[in-house]
Write a protein of this length. Structure first.
Length: 146
């Protein structure tokens, strides 16, 4: 996956300043996952949020302007090749239909919103090896009948 030039600039500035996305969460007042989505052009920032990001990174107003533009979202039509991203693809291949069935049993015919949505990543220490805890929290949207 070829990264957009703006993403490369943002990541280089973040590295140069020795900042984590958690550090930027404190500066911007938004979740670290959402800020990372802005970096990777999967979300757009408000003018105020963009200004806070570029100020923390020492970048110019041209970058802030780019961050407020509506992005083209998604990875494209190909199967992801990055091992970590592929695991999420694999999880959906294996557990997608079971998740869909259970959501329908609990809520009815509908979907989980990816717009009214929160994604959280935590590290859970475990003596057998640290665990990645990913929480997806989306509003249920029933299908309309007409």
């Amino acid at each position: 996956m070829e990264l957009p030039e703006i993403t490369k600039r943002l990541l280089a500035a973040k590295k140069e300043k020795s900042l984590s996305f958690a550090d930027l969460e404190t500066v911007v007042g938004r979740d670290e996952v959402w800020i990372a989505a802005v970096f990777y052009r999967q979300a757009s920032a408000s003018q105020e949020e963009a200004e806070k990001i570029v100020s923390a990174l020492g970048l110019g107003p041209d970058v802030a302007e780019a961050l407020i533009e509506c992005p083209l979202k998604g990875l494209g039509p190909v199967v992801p090749t990055d091992p970590l991203i592929y695991r999420f693809y694999e999880i959906m291949q294996v557990y997608g239909m079971p998740l869909k069935t259970i959501i329908h049993e609990k809520f009815g015919d509908g979907i989980m919103s990816a717009i009214d949505f929160i994604l959280d990543v935590k590290k859970e220490e475990n003596p057998k090896g640290d665990r990645v805890v990913v929480t997806m929290n989306g509003k249920f949207l029933p299908y309309n009948k007409w």
